[in-house]
Write a protein that binds this ligand. Structure first.
Ligand code: UD1
Length: 354
């Protein structure tokens, strides 16, 4: 298939581009470069044997809110499918900048979904988040649990899910699926691609890697009084390569359906909760590096436990995550060691995008 990947220069997008290429699909990346990396796209091509500009992988700079600015490129590419990653992704930041979050994540999704349908796309995958479940849903949380976002970011993802349904109603020729990610971590096994947050990482595992590498003196553990097995918070960490493979499997499944299956909503997780302390210990054991850490107060908005019910996508698409915590840590550390300054090609922090 010919696949347009918005946000393909970001962490999740670039790894999905690599797996799409390795699976024989051709890719056009569209990215605003507000936070993505051109080098990430180049490396996705390099690790997959389909170099940028070599015929199977191309790149266009564009903003999802204004796809008409690159309409000629989109029309010329004639995508069979669109994987829409582009968006802003920090709950904390969204509290201070709600308009940016609704504009990029909601209006941007509407624009790109319609532009894709008009360009002839037959499948749309939308990047949603476990954050739509809020803090009340019991773990493991199934897709039909009532959504209850607690940040503008969470609301923007939930509203964008509705946008995807409405665009599907208007353009039923384009099948659509909503994928709700839990906690993607790790890196490409080559050590050439990984997560490259601008500035001080907000998320746990990039921070752990930078503490182990000596960039920061210690990890602050946000709370150890949760009602969990060791007091630290539980998350459903999933290897980014598993997440990337989930996209390719879903895309191929959607394209193969003779009948429109309707807008599917699936969790992308491992279905296994791991605590913050367990992740730190696993990192120390796998890498042999100490990760000094200290328990501090809670981070606003953090919940005790988040874990996915994963049987729905397994039953229909046949996809399940297959990598474990050791793989996540080993690949993250290989990336960190080989690229201590990340990709090193970005000008500024900007608003964070997926
Ligand atoms: C966060 C976002 C989520 C977003 C995801 C993107 C919140 C409330 N949720 O998920 O919406 O989709 O990132 O990847 O921000 N931790 C520490 N010390 C740190 C960093 C994190 O103890 O320096 C803890 C957190 O308190 C949390 C766990 O590690 O319990 C995971 O944190 P993080 O990696 O930021 O992910 P989430 O908060 O689950």
């Amino acid at each position: 298939m010919r696949v347009l990947v918005t946000g393909g220069a970001g962490f999740l997008g670039s790894h999905t581009v690599a797996v799409l290429l390795a699976s024989g699909h051709d890719v056009l990346v569209m990215d605003s470069f507000a936070s993505g990396s051109r080098t990430a796209v180049e490396r996705a091509g390099e690790v997959s044997g389909a170099p940028l500009g070599g015929g199977r992988l191309d790149l266009v700079t564009g903003d999802v809110r204004h796809p008409e600015q690159v309409a000629d490129r989109l029309a010329a590419f004639a995508p069979d499918a669109v994987v829409h990653f582009a968006g802003l992704k920090s709950p904390t930041e969204s509290v201070a900048h709600p308009a940016a979050y609704y504009s990029v994540n909601v209006a941007g999704t509407a624009q790109i979904a319609e532009a894709a349908a008009r360009a002839g796309s037959r499948v749309l995958l939308f990047s949603s988040s476990a954050t739509v479940y809020g803090d009340e849903a019991p773990a493991p949380v199934a897709e039909d649990a009532p959504p209850a976002p607690v940040s503008p970011y969470g609301w923007s993802k939930l509203m964008a899910e509705q946008v995807v349904r409405d665009v599907h109603t208007a353009h039923p020729g384009q099948r659509a699926a909503v994928l709700r990610y839990f906690n993607p971590v790790g890196a490409h096994p080559s050590g050439r691609m990984g997560e490259d947050p601008a500035g001080e990482p907000a998320n746990l595992m990039p921070y752990v890697a930078r503490v182990a590498a000596g960039h920061y003196p210690e990890l602050k553990v946000f709370g150890a009084d949760f009602a969990t097995r060791d007091g630290s918070a539980v998350r459903d960490f999933i290897h980014v390569m598993d997440l990337a493979e989930a996209h390719v499997a879903t895309l191929e499944w959607m394209a193969a359906q003779a009948e429109d299956p309707g807008v599917k909503v699936w969790n992308i997780g491992r279905g296994e909760g791991v605590t913050v302390f367990e992740m730190v210990r696993a990192f120390e054991e796998v890498t042999g590096r100490p990760v000094p850490h200290r328990v501090v107060g809670l981070r606003a908005g953090d919940i005790a436990e988040s874990c996915a019910a994963v049987d729905a996508i397994a039953a229909e698409v046949g996809w399940r995550a297959r990598r474990g915590v050791e793989d996540m840590v080993r690949d993250l550390w290989a990336w960190q060691q080989a690229n201590p300054g990340g990709y090193g090609d970005r000008s500024g922090p900007g608003l964070r995008s997926a």
